[in-house]
Design a protein around this ligand. Structure first.
Ligand code: HMG
Ligand code: MG
Length: 298
């Protein structure tokens, strides 16, 4: 059996744009986010409060939050790497803080210029402050299923860092297949191991679709009773500090999958496709989303 209902969390405005060389205007980002929430999206990762030198495409995170008209019942989240990012996020009054660390030390160093242990010690304070300020915190663990630099990542390492993040007070942990190398059997193995110490209700899955296996991996997650999946509208996305990392699985493709399985998400496929159609010309790419491509032919 699989869950009857899942939540799809939209990371397009953050993960989707961070890897793009084009700079989308603040107004267009906001218009895109509105189209997403009009399609029923209840959770959107709006931007990230990282160094603008590292991720120029999201340098306007503060302004996106400032000018965004928030809808009741929608969680508007922001990613932060350190205390400075948290200060900015708190001033922007984000609803939820996202933090991130990698399961591979090499990827972590490329991504945030620090070892895993140094990062965990920074994040411990970030989570403490965020909690004191009444914010919920989502933790991302990257390269869970493989690293572009180190290759195989042991389940033991994933379990160790996952537990450290949860002990810090992270409310939900999103397991990232940063470079899209996971397969369904591996997903099953990793989740079955984590389930021995972590309730499934605390876990989410974040798949990049680099090799076309995201949908199969999501089904493997569903079969393990995971109920939260990340997607990026249009299939945009990637990590600029992970060689070969490409798009997240498209939210509308996850939606199609859930509809075909009879799993409720509260999202409108049509609305998601319209949102993808809106952002496509601005990023100037042919979007990897299957549903967007099908709609182009109609
Ligand atoms: P650093 O250069 O080692 O940091 O970067 P630093 O502390 O020495 O600071 C350097 C400069 O940045 C200073 O400014 C700081 O003030 C400034 P300067 O004195 O040179 O003018 N700075 C900041 N400015 C604004 N906001 C901040 C901030 N922090 C420092 N928060 C740092 C370290 C962590 C800042 C940098 O490496 C960084 O920003 N990295 C972000 C990388 C990133 O965003 N990667 C993608 C997100 S993770 C991901 O995509 C994976 C995920 O999707 C899951 C998955 O797919 O697996 C989540
Ligand atoms: Mg990602």
């Amino acid at each position: 059996t699989i869950p009857q209902e899942v939540i799809i969390k939209e990371v397009g405005p953050r993960d989707g744009l961070q890897n793009e060389s084009v700079i989308i205007s603040t107004e267009k980002k906001i218009a895109w986010i509105e189209k997403l929430t009009n399609a029923g999206v209840k959770y959107v990762e709006v931007s990230s409060f990282v160094s603008p030198k590292w991720i120029p495409a999201l340098a306007d995170a503060d302004d996106v939050f400032r000018y965004l008209k928030r809808k009741e019942g929608v969680t508007y989240a922001g990613l932060v790497p350190n205390e400075k990012g948290l200060d900015r996020a708190l001033r922007a009054n984000v609803d939820e803080i996202g933090i991130f660390v990698s399961a591979s030390d090499t990827h972590n160093r490329k991504n945030v210029n620090k070892s895993i242990d140094e990062t965990l010690s920074i994040l411990k304070d970030v989570v403490k402050t965020a909690k004191r300020e009444g914010k919920s915190v989502r933790g991302y663990l990257s390269t869970v299923f493989g690293c572009p630099y180190e290759g195989h990542i042991s389940i033991g390492q994933v379990e160790r860092i996952s537990n450290i993040l949860l002990e810090m007070g992270v409310d939900e942990l999103s397991l990232g297949d940063t470079i899209g190398v996971a397969n369904p059997v591996q997903v099953k193995q990793v989740i079955r191991q984590l389930k021995t110490t972590i309730p499934t209700g605390k876990l989410a899955l974040h798949f990049h679709n680099t090799r076309g296996l995201a949908a199969a991996n999501i089904v493997a997650g569903l079969e393990q009773n995971i109920q939260v999946f990340d997607g990026a509208n249009g299939g945009l996305g990637g990590c600029p500090y992970a060689q070969g990392a490409t798009g997240n699985v498209a939210t509308e493709d996850v939606q199609y999958l859930m509809e075909s399985l009879g799993v409720n998400t509260g999202l409108s496929l049509k609305g998601l496709v319209q949102a993808a159609k809106y952002i496509a010309p601005h990023v100037g790419l042919e979007l990897p989303s299957y549903q967007h491509r099908l709609a182009q032919k109609e």
